[in-house]
Ligand binder design. Structure first.
Ligand code: 13P
Length: 293
């Protein structure tokens, strides 16, 4: 999270502090309709708006959710949806002291002139979309761009990622939304953790303690202590692995609140339990595979 001075300063600071409140993290349920459809099909359901609404209602109305979840990132469709009793999802969240968030990027496309890398679209019209999302109750935003180590990262891809994130962050703040600046460094690749640190993930296993040490070294070099919170995505790791890594990062005090912004690591088990006895693909972890935004 970053907060910059402007007309919404006080509210932005308050929002960031709430999302970065002790003992809580972010529930990311901003999967695109196509990705949500994969989850539904793994438990034998059609990808209809009614089923997507029902799935999100199940998650967002979980009793006691606000004890552990400080913010929920929604896909645009969900921001406008209500429970079957007619209560807006954003109101359910607010009552549980959970800040509603919104995914605002428009996804990745190939970056010409790079080493098979991508860049993230969505800046056109972002100011007016953000103003509208604020009116609907969103108070923070997410923009996910990707950096791939085995493919690069080329100087061009890093520059594009940084430029897009910075421009998006400023536009969000101007419209009252606290920006989550999300440069996802993909886990794919055979390179060691030293290369990850130097480049800006990896199939080569490292212990949670080593991952924490390298990650915190990089973050302390680059991220000012004034940033309220750093939330880690699960990135295709198991619930256990993602949690152990996060736990290792919190074994000594950090300048920022360090917590989670998980999609798969908070939803995978749910999919497997729902599929129990019904769908072989799901039992094998269908929710884990093929997950794109
Ligand atoms: P995963 O935890 O599935 O990587 O997704 C996280 C996310 O979308 C964070 O914003």
């Amino acid at each position: 999270f970053v907060v910059r001075a402007g007309s919404y300063t006080d509210e932005l600071v308050k929002t960031a502090k709430t999302v970065a409140s002790p003992g809580r993290g972010i529930l990311a349920i901003d999967e695109s309709n196509a990705t949500c459809g994969k989850r539904l099909s793994s438990i034998g359901l059609d990808n209809t708006e009614t089923n997507r609404q029902a799935y999100r209602q199940l998650l967002l109305t979980t009793p006691g959710l606000g004890e552990y979840i400080s913010g929920a990132i929604l896909f645009e469709e969900t921001l406008y949806q209500s429970t079957t009793d007619g209560k807006k999802f954003v109101d359910c969240l607010r009552e549980a002291n959970i800040v509603p968030g919104i995914k605002v990027d428009k996804g990745l496309v190939p970056l010409p002139g790079s080493n098979n890398e991508s860049w993230c679209q969505g800046l056109d019209g972002l100011a007016s979309r953000s103003a509208e999302y604020y009116k609907q109750g969103a108070r923070f935003a997410k923009w996910r761009t990707v950096v791939s180590i085995p493919c690069g990262p080329s100087a061009l891809a890093v520059k594009e990622a940084a430029w897009g994130l910075a421009r998006y962050a400023a536009i969000s703040q101007d419209n009252g939304l606290v920006p989550i600046v999300e440069p996802e460094i993909l886990l794919d690749g055979d390179h060691p953790i030293e290369r990850t640190l130097e480049g800006l993930s990896t199939r080569r296993e490292a212990s949670p303690e080593t991952i924490a040490k390298y990650t915190l070294t990089m973050l302390k070099r680059r991220v000012p202590p004034a940033v309220p919170g750093i939330m880690f995505l699960s990135g295709g790791q198991s619930e256990m692995q993602a949690t152990l890594n996060l736990n290792a990062m919190n074994q000594s005090p950090n300048p920022w609140h360090v917590s989670f912004s998980y999609a798969r690591a908070l939803q995978n088990s749910l999919g497997r339990y729902s599929a129990e006895g019904e769908n072989e693909d799901a039992k094998k972890g269908m929710f884990v595979k093929g997950y794109t935004y």
